[in-house]
Design a protein around this ligand. Structure first.
Ligand SMILES: Cc1cc2nc3c(=O)[nH]c(=O)nc-3n(C[C@H](O)[C@H](O)[C@H](O)COP(=O)(O)OP(=O)(O)OC[C@H]3O[C@@H](n4cnc5c(N)ncnc54)[C@H](O)[C@@H]3O)c2cc1C
Length: 409
């Protein structure tokens, strides 16, 4: 696979870097301290053409690829994780789901929101359904030409700042028969019954809210349902296919944060002297730096591969899972080691090192934990869907025995 960037990609990367190294780097500590959503940065991202880059040209976007978006995310996250996250969610996840699966009307609406500076929220997780996402209880009941949604989501990134929401729910027809899982579009301050609940006090990425999203008799017309290509029965699988773009985006944020921390550490070891010499002369520290560089490269290659291989579709589930696992583990190690190289200065809130550590912590949790993503990879290696419930393997064994019996008859 060839990752020589085109002139256009180099230009995009350079423009992103210029913006990031200008005002975004300056504002990053303040965003973290005040825990305020960075509307200034959103305006700059919008003016720079970094919101909705992946939206097709016919809907007002630039028709850029996920690899293009990854190049921008990396630059932003090197200086400000929160801004990196806004770029992820305005080019991947919910917006790419709608642009791929949505109707004309849905695509036009979603594109207009994002190009105007909105970062849509993707609402899957519930208090009792985290890793076991298909245990969600949020339901959408069909009534005439409408759906009525009831339920509660939590840990929704951007809740309270985002306008457009893609809400995953179990769908029931008029007779009360369950049809499967679908995604519904709702707009904060427009859709009746959609409201924002409590905000979590988070460890890192503090400038972007993580909050509850509550659907209480949330009423939408039937055309708010984003119909997955294989219908509602396979709805969750198709929606998660689309979600692989967000996983690659999250991994790329982890990469950028680690690169940012590494860059600071590399500069510091050249200027800090102890025992009458710069500390980079100690071989123990040279090997730490070498390990960081190796791990960063490894994650970058895997993330670029997953993005590039998406073509005009979504990243492959296994490539996305592998890349996110590697990037998340790498970010934990690299940000921690980078802080170590600063000694006490890294532990102070005057330096950005502790922020890099806090911001880099979430990637083995949010968007599929490190354990669940390893299960995704194992599933591919073993070539079977691996049930996680207590009776799941018994049922699988019974099903396989029946299939073998039928095949033999
Ligand atoms: C910063 C942040 C942002 C987020 N943003 C969003 C968002 O925008 N939208 C959204 O819908 N959700 C979001 N989430 C939620 C996130 O997707 C969930 O936290 C995640 O899916 C895990 O669910 P949980 O926290 O309930 O953990 P649990 O599922 O309760 O897991 C607890 C522990 O058990 C492990 N575990 C669980 N099941 C298994 C298993 N079968 N095998 C092995 N280990 C297992 C997990 O890996 C974990 O270590 C976000 C979370 C964070 C931290």
């Amino acid at each position: 696979m060839d990752f020589h960037l085109t002139d256009d990609q180099k230009d995009l990367q350079a423009r992103a870097r210029e913006l990031a190294r200008g005002s975004f780097e300056e504002r990053a500590a303040e965003i973290d301290r005040t825990e305020q959503y960075p509307w200034h940065n959103v305006e700059d991202l919008k003016n720079g053409g970094f919101m909705g880059m992946t939206i097709p040209k016919e809907y007002g976007g630039q028709g850029r690829t996920f690899l293009d978006a990854a190049l921008v995310i990396e630059q932003m996250a090197q200086v400000c994780g929160v801004t990196g996250r806004i770029v992820v969610e305005s080019n991947m996840g919910a917006i790419s789901t709608v642009m791929k699966y949505g109707t004309e009307k849905q695509k036009k609406m979603a594109a207009a929101f994002v190009l105007d500076g909105d970062k849509p929220a993707i609402c899957i997780t519930e208090p009792e359904a985290g890793s076991a996402a298909t245990d969600m209880t949020t339901r959408a009941d069909k009534k005439g030409g409408k759906y009525i949604l009831n339920g509660k989501k939590h840990w929704i990134t951007g809740a309270g700042a985002s306008r457009l929401h893609l809400v995953f729910a179990r769908v029931f027809d008029e007779a009360g028969e369950e049809q499967g899982i679908g995604g519904f579009l709702g707009v904060r301050e427009e859709t009746p019954g959609l409201s924002i609940g409590n905000r979590e006090p988070t460890m890192g990425l503090r400038g972007i809210p993580e909050a509850e999203v509550i659907m209480q008799d949330m009423e939408v017309s039937e055309d708010a349902l984003v119909m997955p290509p294989r219908g509602l029965r396979k709805g969750f699988a198709d929606l998660m296919d689309a979600y692989n773009s967000q996983r690659v985006g999250a991994g790329t944020m982890a990469l950028g944060i680690a690169q940012g921390a590494y860059e600071h550490a590399l500069a510091y070891v050249k200027e800090r002297e102890q025992f009458g010499r710069p500390i980079y002369e100690f071989q123990g520290l040279q090997w730490m730096l070498a390990d960081m560089a190796i791990q960063i490269d490894c994650a970058q290659l895997m993330l670029y591969r997953a993005s590039a291989n998406a073509g005009s579709g979504f990243p492959d589930a296994t490539e996305a899972a592998k890349a996110k696992v590697v990037a998340a583990d790498m970010a934990l190690k690299v940000t921690n080691d980078a802080l170590q190289l600063f000694g006490a200065a890294g532990y102070s809130r005057r330096s950005p090192m502790e922020r890099f550590c806090r911001d880099g912590r979430m990637f083995s949790i949010g968007g599929g934990t490190a354990q669940i993503l390893r299960t995704v990879v194992a599933s591919r290696i073993l070539n079977r869907k691996l049930p996680q419930t207590r009776d799941g393997f018994t049922k699988l064994a019974e099903r396989e025995a029946t299939m073998a019996r039928e095949a033999a008859e």
